[in-house]
Design a binder for this molecule. Structure first.
Ligand SMILES: [Zn+2]
Length: 675
């Protein structure tokens, strides 16, 4: 029987659409899963979506959509993107599915039976954003986690006896140092648990969008308990068919982002211990993907979509970049420039060049059949050296990738790429190819065999990282289906003589400046009102600037050249430059440290914009959800309190009085333009 390997991504919360931050985690897991399959493990790779909670319930209020409807839509987008990227997950779990609900309730019953759940009451501050009770004093006090204002709640709740697990958890971290990686995260968790664990409230009665507590349907189960359980409910825990659960649990690797370490390394093992279930073998936390120095997130509005990169450069380019450029465990940064540079240097010029020269010369000089190298004694030191570098690369790469050090593993594989490219240049096989004598021909055979064998080894090693292009190179080497290659047996000298090459064609076309421009244009097309000068378009803005009674739209700078009439009037063409659109508020919240400012997320039909508006004194955030507003859509973006504002909300501004939002008496569709 082969060894089993169970790997999970975190399940993604449907309050945000998928972006390359989500893709990063899922790609890393996909690379591990593909490698395990090549090593012969019976692999099970799970991903999915987290769909309950007050945040989702609130986001749909006033939108005419039910939370389920909303969750269906976003969950479908995640799944469609993963499919388009060719990710090889074996199951996709949704927390709104019946099988999950059944499993979560079974887990609850088990923990209750074991005496770790009791009813108590809680009164204090609650952060809706984090779905967390927090230590803060008084209504509106900022959440210590995220800085958003908290709400006072008084509820009767069920509690989990987390305090009973403090010593057991510390024992776990001490006896199994591999349980949490990297070490910085482990140290954080240990000091958090050492500082004392209080019992955890695990039910809510103030909203409905969740899984009912067994035998007390007035309560729903805490979202984190609900979400974490997915790792076992997907395997059939608590159902009538537990064969997968028995086969695959405990997980071999649970990969997460560093912001959810506490939930996975404290609460999750405690829940499992309380239920008498085995613990996962390893929880590995990666860092954040930064864009312009900020974590990519919906609230910051600095999201890059994976689709743009897939359209322009294909999925291997994105996979290679993320796993090579970001040191796993640490934060990494993304930019289109860095993506194209890395692609050209390592893939087009590095591996691509190696493959195309080697395979083209074998086609030309040996009628497409792998040539015979000369006997060992007749080989030169340079030939032996390549064989040695290749053997060393196999062991270095394997050791690093087994520690999930993708970036360093790839670096080691590319030392072999560089060594072989240098070997080819120094030995000039193309010159030998023009010599008719036997000696030259024999030397040429050795050089091309050596190059092709090194190419085969690199291709097999990095297949899990860049599956599409390596599958093509493998087929060009005449070796068939790369997924069937037994990776554990990889070593120098396995390339058979006279192997007939497949059709030789380039695998990594060079990217140029227009590739970057194309990707930028694609991102811009996602927004209306793209300006033609190629600058970061549209957008932005918003802060209400109380002026004289007037609509606050106005005042895009009027071009000096000609247009403006002398008396301060503008022409119809000038007015047409202002793009006014109907938007609908999806999210509204106060901005920490700014009394007048609200941060809004406004749907303008084609996209959702983050807009900051100086209307906090006139409108409570919750009054705005679902409300239709007028937005200046093509205002240049600007930053307020460190947040980017992408557009401006139009309001009447009355001297000494509070702003009044512009609205419509008749119903108007979201995205409609005002003229
Ligand atoms: Zn918070």
């Amino acid at each position: 029987m082969s060894k089993k390997f169970y790997i999970t991504t975190p399940i993604y919360y449907v309050n945000a659409r998928p972006h390359i931050g989500h893709a990063y985690t899922t790609i890393a897991c996909d690379a591990v899963a593909r490698r395990q399959r090549m090593l012969g493990s019976d692999t099970f790779f799970l991903t999915g979506t987290d769909e309950h909670g007050q945040k989702i319930e609130r986001a749909t209020q006033g939108t005419g959509k039910t939370p389920q409807h909303f969750a269906d839509e976003v969950s479908g987008e995640f799944r469609a993107l993963w499919d388009r990227m060719g990710l090889t997950y074996d199951d996709f779990i949704r927390t709104t599915s019946e099988r999950h609900k059944e499993g979560v309730q079974a887990l609850w019953r088990k923990i209750r039976e074991n005496g770790y759940i009791y009813k108590g009451s809680y009164s204090g501050q609650y952060c809706v954003f984090d779905e967390l009770y927090v230590d803060a004093v008084g209504p509106g006090a900022p959440c210590p986690e995220c800085g958003r204002p908290t709400e006072t709640v008084r509820e009767e709740n069920y509690f989990f006896k987390l305090s009973a697990f403090q010593d057991k958890l510390l024992e776990l971290y001490a006896s199994k140092p591999e349980f949490i990686r990297p070490e910085t995260r482990r140290n954080e968790v240990v000091s958090f648990v050492r500082s004392g664990l209080r019992d955890l409230s695990i039910s809510r009665s103030t909203f409905k969008w969740g899984i009912p507590v067994p035998d007390d349907p007035g309560h729903v189960i805490y979202v984190w308990m609900d979400a974490l359980s997915n790792y076992i409910t997907a395997l059939g825990y608590g159902s009538s068919d537990t064969r997968k659960f028995e086969k695959y649990w405990p997980a071999d690797l649970q990969m997460i982002g560093k912001e959810i370490v506490r939930f996975h390394c404290v609460y999750w093992p405690a829940f499992l211990m309380a239920a008498g279930l085995p613990l996962p073998n390893a929880i590995v936390a990666h860092g954040w993907l930064l864009f312009e120095e900020n974590k990519m997130s919906k609230s910051r509005g600095n999201i890059v979509r994976a689709e743009t990169i897939l359209d322009a450069m294909g999925s291997d380019a994105l996979r290679y970049f993320l796993l090579r450029e970001v040191v796993f465990g640490q934060d990494g940064s993304f930019s289109f420039d860095a993506l194209v540079q890395r692609y050209n240097a390592d893939l087009a010029n590095g591996l691509g060049n190696l493959a195309s020269r080697t395979l083209t010369m074998i086609s030309r000089y040996f009628r497409g059949e792998v040539p015979y190298p000369s006997g060992t004694a007749a080989r030169k030191p340079a030939d032996h050296e390549i064989a040695q570098v290749a053997q060393r690369t196999i062991s270095d790469y394997t050791a690093l990738v087994d520690q999930y050090q993708f970036s360093r593993a790839l670096e080691s594989a590319w030392t072999l790429v560089a060594a072989v490219n240098k070997y080819i240049v120094e030995n000039e096989p193309w010159t030998l190819g023009e010599q008719p004598d036997e000696l030259s021909r024999s030397r040429l055979g050795t050089i091309l065999y050596t190059s092709a064998e090194a190419l085969r080894i690199i291709t097999a090693l990095v297949h899990a990282i860049i599956p599409d292009s390596t599958a093509r190179i493998w087929a060009q080497l005449g070796l068939g289906d790369i997924r069937k290659f037994p990776l554990a047996e990889l070593q120098w000298g396995q390339l058979k003589l006279s192997t007939k090459l497949g059709n030789v064609e380039p695998v990594f076309p060079r990217a140029d400046k227009t590739t970057i421009e194309r990707m930028q244009a694609m991102e811009e097309q996602q927004r209306p009102g793209t300006v033609s000068d190629g600058k970061q378009d549209a957008a932005v803005a918003t802060q209400a600037q109380p002026a004289s009674p007037a609509l606050q739209t106005a005042a895009p700078p009027v071009p000096k050249a000609g247009a403006a009439a002398a008396d301060g009037k503008i022409t119809i063409d000038d007015f047409a430059k202002v793009e006014l659109r109907v938007g609908q508020v999806k999210v509204a919240e106060r901005v920490k440290g700014a009394d007048k400012l609200l941060r809004l997320e406004v749907d303008i039909g084609t996209e959702t914009r983050q807009v900051l508006a100086g209307i906090a004194e006139a409108y409570a955030p919750e009054m705005l959800i679902g409300r239709k507003v007028v937005i200046v859509a093509n205002l240049a973006p600007r930053k307020l309190r460190g947040l980017e504002s992408n557009g401006m909300i139009v309001a009447a501004s009355l001297e000494g009085d509070k702003p009044v939002l512009c609205s419509f008496l008749e119903d108007v569709p979201v995205g409609a333009r005002l003229k």
